[in-house]
Design a protein around this ligand. Sequence first.
Ligand SMILES: Nc1ncnc2c1ncn2[C@@H]1O[C@H](COP(=O)(O)OP(=O)(O)OP(=O)(O)O)[C@@H](O)[C@H]1O
Ligand SMILES: [Mg+2]
Length: 396
Amino acid sequence: MDEDAFRKEFGQQSVFRQAASLDLSYVPPKLYCRDEVIKSLIYNYRRILEEKEPPSINCLLLGKGGVGKTVTAKYFGKNFRSIALEKDVNLFIEYYNCINFRSKSKIIRELLAKYTHGSGRGFSDDEALKLILTKLINDDAYMFLVIDEVQILKSEDVLAFLDIAETFGHHNAKLSILLVSRIKDWMKIETERILSRLNEKIKLKPYDFDDSNLILQYRSEIAFKENVINDDILAMISQIVVENKNMRHGIEILRKSGLYADKEGFNRISADMVREASNEVYPTFRGDVIDKLNEQELLALYGIVRTLINNDEPYALVDDAFEEYNAVCESYSIEPHVKMSYRKYVRQLRDLKIIASKTVRIEDAQRGRHLKITLLDIPPRKLEELLEDLFEKKFK
Ligand SMILES: Nc1ncnc2c1ncn2[C@@H]1O[C@H](COP(=O)(O)OP(=O)(O)OP(=O)(O)O)[C@@H](O)[C@H]1O
Ligand SMILES: [Mg+2]
């Protein structure tokens, strides 16, 4: 074998050109099919770069899961910053996902640490905000703050963010905000007062077949080497995206099929691989959220999963899940928390859309009301595997 042949062989080992481009946090250089949304954002926020006293603008991106809200917000932020720098405006883009930062205080503390290197301990939220705003003025800087999954915050926290310019004075607030949320979740926290402080509510519709096809074509060009995936296969995945109204499903299928091809030594993605991968993707289930759960929430979830598997029923009762949780804690030598805390973790899991729960009245039960818990679309055994993998890394 000569060197060229060696190189060729080496190059054929993977179907991927850039596997990381299929990670959820990746922002592609071009954003297809969201021109209208990006234009709305530009018209709202460009005043910041144009006016002598830059105004404070608040907008909201709304849409179902997997319609590209997060990627659109990040794409806009990235490019907005480039334009600002060209115009000599010192614009900072800050992105916070409320799955990681679950209150207004957490976000403000994090900003404070970043901008003033202080821990912010002992300060109220308003005092901390004041320090950040002063720092921005002193540095002649401006902040564009993106708050994703904002429905996790309390309504009054959202209002407080949107009210910064009113509270601290417009000339003191070198800050604009872009909120991001799924429509249904947003409706639960929206109030008249919040509405009155939004410059625009921008809705993203699910992609149709042609859009999906174009986007998947582009994403697979970035992710895969040439001839790894053909048009028929892309059309097949686009169809799945349209049926689920969720682009994440499509990206996940690309990623999983590619990994499978690599593992089995194929240099093309076949229809069978796509079918297989599609069965492994659960559109409403979000692995990225699982990664962000704290230890107690993970253990609580594991208790639920074990109950579902053991009882072989479509739902678990919270009392049973609590018992399983205790057993799980014991097996990992972790001190279990009391039942009231356990109920709190279950509520959190529900708010994060990992489980669904409802309170039912069970006639013959002595305690009367019960909480019935179900998983969304992932089978318990699959979730069990996933959690065990995680625990293996975390607790061993
Ligand atoms: N127009 C697009 N061009 C390229 N990739 C896209 C586009 N829209 C969505 N995607 C990709 O589809 C996946 C899902 O998009 P994204 O995470 O932005 O959805 P979302 O609306 O924020 O969903 P959720 O409500 O579940 O958070 C991501 O991998 C994203 O990069
Ligand atoms: Mg998102």
